[in-house]
Write a protein that binds this ligand. Structure first.
Ligand SMILES: [Zn+2]
Length: 116
């Protein structure tokens, strides 16, 4: 891992990988702090999305929805994705906050300690 977890280049999906995070590093305290703020916003976002999807599914199950079965299946798929991203971000946030407390910029001390 050569790039900062926050300001370095990485894909959207990568940001939900705990393993990628654990093997990475931050180039500065500012990047760590910014990533913590972003993680909190992401958690909030998915919490709302999960709540919203659940309501729509519940409405459908109670026969009070105008959505089709296909549309509900799509919402269920989104709900699964949102849940796993929500959990991954919560786990990352816990680790980020421990880095912040320990005043460290990487989770793993060195490449030699990296579990392969
Ligand atoms: Zn950075």
């Amino acid at each position: 891992m050569k790039e900062c977890l926050y300001c370095g280049e990485h894909s959207f999906e990568d940001s939900f990988s705990l393993r990628r995070w654990a093997n990475g590093f931050y180039c500065s305290v500012k990047c760590l702090n910014d990533d913590i703020s972003e993680a909190k916003a992401t958690i909030n976002y998915y919490e709302n999305e999960i709540k919203d999807s659940r309501n729509q599914i519940l409405k459908y199950e109670n026969g009070r929805s105008n959505l089709s079965k296909e549309e509900i299946e799509k919402i269920e798929e989104e709900l699964r994705k949102a849940r796993s991203r929500h959990v991954a971000t919560l786990q990352k946030l816990t680790h980020m906050e421990s880095l912040q407390k320990l005043n460290k910029l990487r989770y793993k001390e060195s490449e030699e300690n990296t579990v392969k």
